[in-house]
Design a protein around this ligand. Structure first.
Ligand SMILES: Cc1cc2nc3c(=O)[nH]c(=O)nc-3n(C[C@H](O)[C@H](O)[C@H](O)COP(=O)(O)O)c2cc1C
Length: 323
């Protein structure tokens, strides 16, 4: 059993990677229904969190059924991060995750996310300080390094462990790569095979299928994996991956009617959570995933994306039963 501190995370945790404006509570709980072992909130700004901003509070919400669930926080100021961790603890998650990997310019310019990869002593001091400020286990998610010339992940991982981090997720890219190129799992494997590492090491990057997950598990020996983009509009990927890891076979893909049912469930969960307008807007990025590979979907996609009300989405979905 893989443990994050004392929290049981499954034999080989298959984790929904945190994604801003995607992995909100409604979507996470659907991924959980399909077998995701661990869930993590979208990143929450430490500055907003200590101001008790409405958006931060909303991002920290989760359903009890999502457990084990982590709240991810980011920021550049150690003191603020400590206070944010205390506030996040009050929301009752199972662990707190530190974002040391976000490559987005507006975050990095302010010294948060992947910027910490340019100041490892500060990253380690921040991790240690947050560990001391909460009773919950603290985990971290980062990348291989700042750029190809500064790949320090093996040493960074050791230092994070020494600072009290209880599990480490590694996205196999550098900050400079953003999301381009291919994730380099060899380097994730180097962290895992370092005999000094005791904490769970979770690999992340470009997993899109059951066979892909199995290959990374077996080849690199990681303790678990995170799946991000391939889960967008495709929550049943967790069932596929779990089935393939357990039996070496793939379940048949969901029928169009099943896809419509799951999508309707996500809409129904999302509206009370964020309202009709935001639901319509944020669901736009999900439609292609939900109906990937379904012949004749293209004209419906445009209609779904342009739909002005949930009623309209609902009637388009009814028409789509005939696909
Ligand atoms: C739209 C989007 C939003 C993301 N937001 C976050 C985030 O809030 N926190 C985080 O740690 N990583 C974030 N990521 C990175 C993912 O968690 C993951 O590390 C990355 O997408 C690589 O995994 P994948 O190849 O399975 O997608 C985001 C990625 C995407 C595409």
């Amino acid at each position: 059993m893989v443990k994050i501190g004392e929290v049981e995370a499954g034999e080989f945790p298959v984790i929904l990677a945190p994604m801003e404006d995607v992995t909100d509570s409604p979507f996470r709980s659907i991924c959980k229904d399909f077998g995701a072992d661990v869930l993590i909130t979208e990143f929450v700004a430490s500055e907003g969190l200590i101001r008790d901003a409405w958006k931060s509070r909303m991002k920290m919400q989760f359903e009890q059924g999502e457990r084990p669930v982590g709240i991810q926080i980011f920021g550049s100021n150690i003191d603020t991060m400590m206070k944010a961790a205390e506030a996040a603890e009050a929301a009752g998650p199972d662990f707190i995750d530190l974002n040391f990997g976000c490559p987005v310019r507006k975050i990095v310019m302010k010294g948060g996310g992947a910027a910490l990869l340019q100041d490892i002593p500060k990253m380690i001091a921040m991790a240690g300080a947050v560990v001391k400020s909460t009773r919950l286990p603290v985990t971290a998610k980062t990348r291989l390094g700042w750029d190809e010339n500064h790949i320090g992940i093996v040493g960074i991982a050791e230092q994070l462990q020494d600072a009290g981090i209880q599990a480490l997720s590694i996205h196999g890219r550098t900050r400079s790569q953003l999301y381009g190129g291919k994730a380099d799992w060899t380097r994730i494997g180097h962290v895992k095979s370092n005999p000094r590492m005791q904490i769970p090491v979770f690999g992340n990057g470009d997993i899109t299928s059951g066979p892909g997950a199995k290959e990374m598990k077996e080849r690199y020996g990681v303790d678990g994996i995170l799946i991000g983009r391939a889960a967008v509009g495709n929550p049943w990927i967790f069932a596929e991956v779990k089935c393939f890891l357990e039996n070496g076979s793939l379940p048949s893909p969901p029928s169009v009617s099943e896809r419509i049912k799951i999508l309707r469930l996500q809409l129904a969960k999302s509206v009370p959570y964020k309202g009709e307008r935001a639901t319509l807007f944020e669901m736009r990025k999900m439609y292609s995933g939900y109906f990937k590979g379904i012949q004749g979907f293209k004209p419906y996609r445009m209609r779904l994306v342009n739909a002005a009300s949930l009623e309209e989405v609902d009637s388009i979905l009814t028409e789509m039963h005939y696909l």
